[in-house]
Each structure stands twice: as C-alpha cells, then as structure tokens.
Design a protein. Structure first.
Length: 205
C-alpha cells in the first residue's frame, strides 16, 4: 500500500502534499445554501399557502377587502417566519459541521503534527488514538488493541477489533476488513497507525 500511494512510514514531504492537495480537500460535498428567493418560492408553493392566496384573491374579487388584507398579511408573516427559521437552521448546521470537523495526527517528513482532517491527502500517515474520529479511509500499518466503532457505516453495534497484520481476500466484504479504518468511524480503544488510501467523496462513507 505504501508503494501504491507513493509514500513511506516517514510520511509525505511538503512538496508532495502541495501537489496532491490539488485533487481537492478531504471533505464531503455539500449543497450550496438556498438563496432568499429560493426560500420565498418554497414558502409560497406550499399547498396551504396557495389556498390562502386563492382565498385572498377571491375576497378581493368580491370586494371583501378587509378579509383579503388580513389573509395577505398572514401569508407574508408566515413566509417571513419560515425564512428566518430556515436561515437559523442553516447557521446551526454550519456550526455543527465546524464543531464536528476532526483534527488528524499526521506524520509528514518524519514529524508528527496536528492538522485539520480536511487537509489530508492520499499517502498521509495518520496516528489514531483512543477517542479519535477516523479522518479518512486508511490501511492500517500498526495496531495495538485497536477497536473502532463503525455502526454509522456497517450497522455493527459493537466496536470492531482491528488487526493491521491481517491479509484479506480481494473480495472481502466491508464489515470484515479488519485491517482498514474508515472515515467518520470512532476509535474506542487502543491505538493505530495507517496510510490514507481515499479521501472526501471517494471514502466508503
């Protein structure tokens, strides 16, 4: 795996990292946030709002202007509240993403350093410790009593015991790949060392 990823246990050089970072950041793609116009459109095409707009139109048609104005005000207020709530939800989700973005203990040019996980590239050597979130898919090089919780990926309810020395068949199922650590899983016990094999949208997650 080290040969395939053109790296070594001493890690990548700064130049190699810069070249590989051109392939993009180690993060999942997200939809761009909705614009205010898109939010207004979604609020207005709601069936209940359409009924209210229709009621306001017919009220005005029959010269019942008071009712028409009241219904129109309800529609406007409902739309404003809906947009404010959606903007708050977007801000909360963005804050949660920033909070949950893991850091990674990476070895580069023989030195361990702590970097944002989104800066990892294929070939990076990563140290895993108890409590860490695995920052990318990686082939384990070393493992010491390493257990990883992979419920979010495989549905396995108990932590999986990992073994870096195990050699598996090429057609081995995802849940049986005990010599791998997968992005977004959680280290529950022990420690490990691995080489990053895939990042971002190419990970199993």
């Amino acid at each position: 795996v080290l040969t395939e990823t053109n790296t070594s246990e001493a890690g990548l050089s700064d130049d190699a990292v810069r070249i590989r970072q051109k392939d993009g950041l180690n993060e999942l793609a997200v939809k761009p946030p909705k614009t205010t116009l898109q939010m207004i459109k979604e609020q207005i095409i709601d069936p209940m709002i359409m009924i209210l707009i229709g009621a306001a139109f017919f009220s005005a048609l029959f010269h019942e202007y008071t009712e028409a104005i009241i219904i129109a005000m309800i529609v406007v207020i409902n739309t404003i509240i809906g947009i404010v709530q959606e903007k708050k939800a977007q801000s909360s989700l963005a804050a949660l993403r920033d909070m949950s973005a893991p850091m990674a203990h990476v070895i580069r040019a023989g030195k361990e350093q702590l970097i944002p996980a989104k800066e990892l590239v294929v070939g990076d050597i990563v140290n895993l410790h108890d409590g860490d979130m695995v920052p990318a898919d990686m082939r384990l090089l070393e493992s010491a009593n390493l257990k990883i919780q992979e419920a979010s990926l495989t549905g396995e309810s108990v932590p999986v015991e990992k073994d870096a020395d195990t050699v598996l068949a090429k057609d081995c199922s995802l849940g049986d790949r005990i010599n791998m650590a997968f992005s977004s899983s959680i280290v529950t016990y022990g420690r490990g060392l691995g080489v990053v094999t895939t990042t971002g949208m190419n990970t199993e997650m």
